[in-house]
Design a protein around this ligand. Structure first.
Ligand code: NDP
Length: 453
């Protein structure tokens, strides 16, 4: 670690105590950007990176709501408006009991670089609540969403801040949030993305993050004249990103053998076919059940309960060529990364945000595998959210083929940007540096143009 990174990190840790995920995200980016600052002292003089690290605005609020039994609940709501240099704040809402300020700041910080990489005019933001929608009735979820929006609506708008979904926030939650925004503001605008198709949503938005992560993997493989056909793939999670990752891998001729949720994972040596994926989608999106039930239906698959006392996750310890972590942050530690390498994995495309610890990332980089970090590999979701904003502004929807083709081109361009910047700054093949630098330059130049604000 250089002196500059050490000093900056000491300050970040002192000013933002008890936010380890935020420290981790900042450290990874700062290590990449220090190469740029050495060549471009003007960025250092203008304290651009220091300004990017400090959110433009942090909003926290009480979310009181009453359930159908008359019981009062109090949750905490957040919106981090991180950076608006290149467009309105844009980033998802996460509803999960683990949500806290540090996690949302790490996600908002990552989002700034990711959104810049898409080449669309979007700043970075993130928000959410410690509310847990899992196992709750539709009525409870609706009441919570309405209470959450009753405060959030004053801070957002189609030209100010445009939230979307993330963990625990899918089509159902976006619908309830949009309905309440519309009622309070008395206007029908594109203030949220991930909307339903017949009320302003974009085709391919549900698919976009998973499809994009697979397109990114295909681009990385293309640099070695290889494709996904015939490759065995490990996928974690079983939510939005995981489901469409499986679908796209299948359509490109790969075979997915794992899926998980927070209780455990299934291993299906025969592969999770389209028919089996349909079962998973119904299980997770309609019945809202647990992944364990997969083995009740498909007897050859094996379920393993997650054991938090174990120092590694056995999901990452199967023979495969590719891995698509698609559940949550830090789900691949150093030991998991070593297991992946030992089992022959040489392509990692991150559907989730920051799913690999810094030690794990360093192992991937040292072994020179094709490692696509989340801010590049999972940018397809926010990219199609950007396309949803364009369609809302034009009041004209595009076809499925048109949006998918744009998504494919955006992922191709993000890949090219990563390769170009990794080369330009002397670290060929390092997609971490490529993504961080590519995302940084556009935001940094815009910030310099706009003065110290
Ligand atoms: P979903 O809520 O649809 O699915 C999340 C999945 O991950 C579920 O299977 C969930 O299991 C599992 N999971 C969540 N938290 C944990 C945990 N602490 N430990 C183990 N498993 C966990 O979310 P998404 O699919 O939308 O998001 C997945 C990841 O992708 C996140 O990192 C998100 O930030 C990232 N991402 C999402 C985008 C999007 O467009 N949706 C865009 C870019 C990134 P369980 O049901 O048991 O909680």
């Amino acid at each position: 670690m250089s002196e500059y990174v050490k000093e900056l990190m000491a300050e970040v840790i002192a000013k933002n105590p008890a936010e380890p995920e935020f420290h981790q995200a900042v450290q990874e980016v700062t290590e990449s950007i220090s190469i740029v600052l050495d060549r471009h002292p003007e960025y250092r003089a203008a304290k651009v990176l220091e300004r990017i690290i400090e959110p433009e605005r942090v909003i926290t609020f009480r979310v009181p709501w009453v359930d159908e039994q008359g019981e009062v609940h109090i949750n905490r709501g957040f919106r981090i408006e991180m950076n608006s240099a290149i467009g309105p704040y844009k980033g998802g809402l996460r509803f999960h009991p683990s949500v806290n300020l540090g996690i949302l700041k790490f996600l908002a910080f990552e989002q700034v670089f990711k959104n810049s990489l898409t080449s669309l005019p979007m700043g970075g933001g993130k928000g959410g609540s410690d509310f847990d929608p899992k196992g709750k009735s539709d009525l409870k979820v609706m009441r919570f969403c309405q209470a959450f929006m009753s405060e959030l609506y004053r801070h957002i708008g189609p030209n100010t801040d445009v939230p979307a979904g993330d963990i625990g926030v899918g089509g159902r939650e976006i619908g309830y949030l949009f309905g309440q925004y519309k009622k309070l503001r008395n206007e029908f605008t594109g203030v949220l993305t991930g909307k339903g198709l017949n009320w302003g949503g974009s085709l391919i938005r549900p698919e976009a993050t998973g499809y994009g992560a697979v397109y990114f993997a295909a681009e990385m493989l293309g640099t070695k004249n290889e494709t996904l056909a015939g490759k065995t793939c490990l996928v974690s999670g079983s939510g939005n990103v995981a489901q469409f990752t499986v679908q796209k891998i299948n359509s490109l001729g790969g075979k997915v053998v794992t899926l998980s949720d927070s209780n455990g994972y299934i291993y299906d040596e025969e592969g999770i076919s389209e028919e089996k994926l349909e079962f998973v989608m119904h299980l997770k999106n309609v019945r809202r059940g647990r992944i364990k039930e997969y083995t009740d239906k498909f007897k050859n698959a094996v379920y393993t309960e997650l054991d938090p006392k174990m120092e590694y996750n056995p999901l990452w310890n199967h023979k495969a060529e590719c891995a698509f972590p698609s559940a949550t942050q830090n789900e691949i530690n150093e030991k998991d990364a070593q297991n992946l390498l030992n089992n022959g994995v040489y392509v990692v495309s991150e559907g989730a945000n920051m799913p690999t610890t810094i030690e794990g990332v360093n192992l991937f980089l040292d072994n020179k595998i094709l490692y696509g970090p989340g801010k590049a590999a999972n940018a397809g979701g926010v990219a199609v959210s950007g396309l949803e904003m364009s369609q809302n502004s034009m009041r004209l929807p595009w076809t499925r083929e048109e949006v998918d083709e744009r998504l494919r081109m955006i992922m191709k361009n993000i890949h090219a940007t990563c390769v170009l910047n990794a080369d330009r700054f002397g670290t060929p093949g390092n997609y971490v540096n490529g993504a961080n630098i590519g995302g940084f330059l556009k935001v940094a130049d815009a910030m310099i143009d706009q003065g110290v604000v």
